[in-house]
Design a protein around this ligand. Structure first.
Ligand SMILES: [Cu+2]
Length: 287
């Protein structure tokens, strides 16, 4: 008889999801979500207890004709009790937070499927630097460049040691599933904020500074976000998405992207040469 109606049964998790961080995309986002929920539940229990005590006192001791209020001057045991109780709860939450922090900040290893990515030349697509990497030191590193008003992503696979010829894309980042992706976030102009809620917390893109974060996506899919810091007139249009595909599909996409960029560069070079022939080098902008 006391079964929850189906509509209501659906309403509770939906409402709860609205008030808690998005998750399900990456382990760090899941850790943020579970930590948030623990704090939320503890706070909810305390909130309900305090409000219930308040409501009871308001009703029980309401103004009545002839009633005389008792004059109470403090209760040492009660006061020490709630001070200690609050301190213990706070300490427990602080310890739990520090225990959980590692799983949010520290990248994990790639899964078996995503561990062996190579570029089309056969070289491994992994990069390493002097900062937080997975325990085995291997991750797919993508550079995220914030600029007014589009996100640019630069992938490993440059032709030359100075980074020239690296494949890139705008707005949508493509990544392999089962692979730990580390992001090196920079800005080309003003401060922006990189945020795909289902893949972890916000990170600012600050000119002249590097910020690092990571994610690891299990299931193929598209995860959406948007620049989370007002950065100028086009801020609202500065959307971002991360598309996760199986590793083999990612390698094919990356090779194709590289080829498309090479073709476009060749075409631009040809039309520049043609223009130069027609009107003379002196009149071509950036000859
Ligand atoms: Cu922005």
């Amino acid at each position: 008889m006391n079964r929850i109606p189906p509509a209501l049964g659906h309403l509770i998790p939906t409402t709860l999801a609205f008030f808690t961080p998005q998750s399900g995309g990456s382990p760090n986002a899941n850790s943020i979500d579970s930590l948030y929920k623990v704090v939320l539940y503890v706070a909810l229990v305390i909130f309900v207890l305090v409000e219930a005590a308040l409501a009871y006192a308001l009703w029980r001791f309401r103004a009545r004709k002839g009633a005389v209020a008792a004059q109470i001057r403090g209760n040492t045991r009660l006061e020490i009790g709630w001070t200690l109780g609050a301190a213990v709860i706070l300490l427990a939450l602080a310890i739990l937070t520090f225990v959980k922090l590692g799983s949010i900040q520290d990248p994990v290893n790639s899964g078996p499927e995503g561990a062996n990515l190579t570029s089309d030349s056969g070289a491994p697509l992994y990069a390493s630097a002097d900062r937080k990497l997975p325990p085995n030191g291997k991750s797919l590193e993508i550079k995220v460049v914030g600029r007014q008003f589009v996100w640019e992503y630069v992938y490993p696979g440059a032709n030359e040691p100075d980074g020239l010829g690296a494949p890139y894309s705008y707005e949508q980042m493509v990544v392999p599933t089962d692979t730990t992706v580390t992001l090196d976030i920079v800005s080309a102009d003003v401060v922006h904020s990189w945020w795909i809620p289902q893949l972890g917390g916000k990170f600012q893109a600050v000119p002249g500074y590097h910020n690092y974060t990571w994610f690891k996506i299990e299931k193929p899919g598209v995860y959406r976000g948007q620049c989370a810091l007002i950065c100028g007139r086009g801020h609202a249009r500065m959307i971002a998405s991360v598309k996760a595909v199986p590793p083999a599909q990612f390698e094919a996409w990356l090779a194709n992207q590289k080829q498309l960029i090479a073709e476009a560069n060749a075409a631009a070079q040809a039309s520049r040469a043609k223009l130069k022939g027609q009107i003379g080098a002196g009149q071509v902008e950036n000859p």
